[in-house]
Design a protein around this ligand. Sequence first.
Ligand code: NAD
Length: 346
Amino acid sequence: MTLRVGVIGCGFMGQAVHIPSILSESRAELLAVSDIRPILAAGVAKRWHVPLWYADYHELLENQRVDAVYVLTDKFSHYQITMDALKAGKHVFVEKPLATKYEEAVEVAEEAKRRSLVVLVGYMKRYDAGVQLARDKISSAGPPVYARAAYLGGNWTFGDPQIRPLSTQEQVPPIPRSYPDIPGHLVALYDDLVEQIHSVNTVRYLFGEPKVISARFHSGVLLSHLDAGFPISLEFGWINTGRWTEEYAAYYKDSELIVDLPPPLYRNATASVTLRGASYDTVYARVGFKWAFERETESFVSAVLDSRPYPSGAQDAAKDLEIAEELVRAVSRSEGKGEAGRLNLT
Ligand SMILES: NC(=O)c1ccc[n+]([C@@H]2O[C@H](COP(=O)([O-])OP(=O)(O)OC[C@H]3O[C@@H](n4cnc5c(N)ncnc54)[C@H](O)[C@@H]3O)[C@@H](O)[C@H]2O)c1
């Protein structure tokens, strides 16, 4: 059986990541692409030999031969396009974040459940073999004494992408922005946090469901204290040192497990996992060199065709937005108790 797929949004992620991943999956067939920029849609269809292209994604959704769509547009349109796709009876792969508000993400999750359709949210780190290994190690070791996450971003493409996307001079029409009810001066922080929502999502995947205890935003860095039955510190910011900086650590009485993630666009590495003790370092073998994005598409196809469970559904993704909103509200409560401001490295 083959899953017939349509792609909505033929920008960077569509061209450099997801179209090639779909084409590498033997049980998927890329039937149609859509982009609000018609010259780009036509060019991408031609480059990848895709039979159909549309400027209006609604027309793609009307095509009864399409079983599933990939929503790869700007985050502010994920909610609406995903809802439209579900109402048209399509399974959906949607890039993160699922929506920009918790309540919208919950609505998507309910709609998918009501219609028994798959919504897989593009948290590819959950499909990284090293991250999966670390999660297994952490869950079999029992709760750590303390856990720490540092998501400081940086050079995420690791140089030029292997596949250079086509581009055109066409402008993308402005997409209305929608945010939850948060203080205006913290909207930029919230925007960054939901754009890089992998940070919260990976903390939950590795360490369990946390509550937000407190958060401060200082010099462009969010420093937060979470609790999942043990304390977790989440440091979040964008300090571009020229490498990709994303590390998760679980500390036990006599050892520590360190998970170091590769730049997302680097195809040939999984997260590295090291167990360190007083007198040893055990570096676990890098299991499964398959790119996390390709494993993610493999899971999507298998979720639809074989009803296989998958680790990044809509209901789960809604929790990330709930925590992101809570983090920003915690920052707001902390203000007046110290300085806040954006990072300035110049
Ligand atoms: N998983 C990851 O690590 C990761 C990394 C980067 C980006 N992303 C996410 O992927 C998504 C896409 O990012 P990108 O860098 O490819 O953006 P992009 O701007 O390069 O591409 C988005 C494309 O969507 C098209 N588009 C916009 N509205 C549309 C509509 N209504 N119908 C059809 N097409 C429409 C635009 O014309 C554009 O070509 C974003 O949500 C982003 O957050 C995820």
